[in-house]
Design a protein. Structure first.
Length: 192
């Protein structure tokens, strides 16, 4: 089948997978490690981390493909290219490497900032119904807080586009960000 016959639709695009269940609802401020796994090994790594009782979370984007005459296929695609966030100290590095699915483990020197960024990303992921876009980190700009609508309570950095705002949540440790577009009237400048 030619790729031109496949249409891709994004619906409730954000999926936060955490272990144990509910972990992402109250992320600890420390300790944290960022695990970079081999391509297409995220789900197997998550299973191994669960078995070892190492709590964490990962972010997926839901993709729905419609095939003419054959229905649709839904899949979860990693949002941040193989990065898994685990709440454990360096004493568990050997256990993580023992999964044989890890390229490298990144020490987190500012765990509270990472926990804040991950919390913002969880809020964005759980509310997003439009396509999420991952790009290099956007440093310039103003921090905003969303005051109404489904994104109320989210904060991030804004880049203005016509009458729309692009809410950007930075994951500073990885040098990346995730963004979503929303009406400008839903935001105000954050106080902190």
């Amino acid at each position: 089948m030619a790729a031109a016959n496949v249409s891709v639709t994004i619906t409730n695009s954000g999926v936060v997978q955490d272990w144990p269940e509910g972990f992402a609802n109250a992320l600890p401020s420390e300790p944290w490690l960022v695990v970079h796994c081999y391509p297409k090994q995220e789900k197997k790594l998550i299973g191994a981390l669960r078995d070892k009782r190492i709590p964490g979370c990962i972010f997926f984007q839901r993709r729905v493909r419609h095939y003419p005459g054959k229905g649709k296929q839904t899949s979860l695609v990693p949002l941040l290219g193989g990065y898994v966030f685990v709440s454990t100290g360096i004493e568990r590095k050997d256990d993580i490497y023992a999964t044989r699915r890890v390229v490298r483990i990144i020490d987190v020197s500012q765990p509270k900032e990472l926990a804040r960024d991950l919390g913002n990303l969880c809020a964005l992921m759980n509310r997003a119904t439009t396509e999420l876009v991952v790009r290099p980190e956007i440093v310039p700009g103003k921090r905003i807080a969303i005051t109404e609508g489904v994104f109320a309570g989210c904060s991030g950095v804004v880049a203005r586009r016509q009458n729309q705002l692009e809410l950007v949540v930075n994951i500073e440790l990885l040098g990346t960000s995730v963004s979503v577009t929303l009406p400008a009237e839903m935001a105000e400048l954050a106080t902190s």
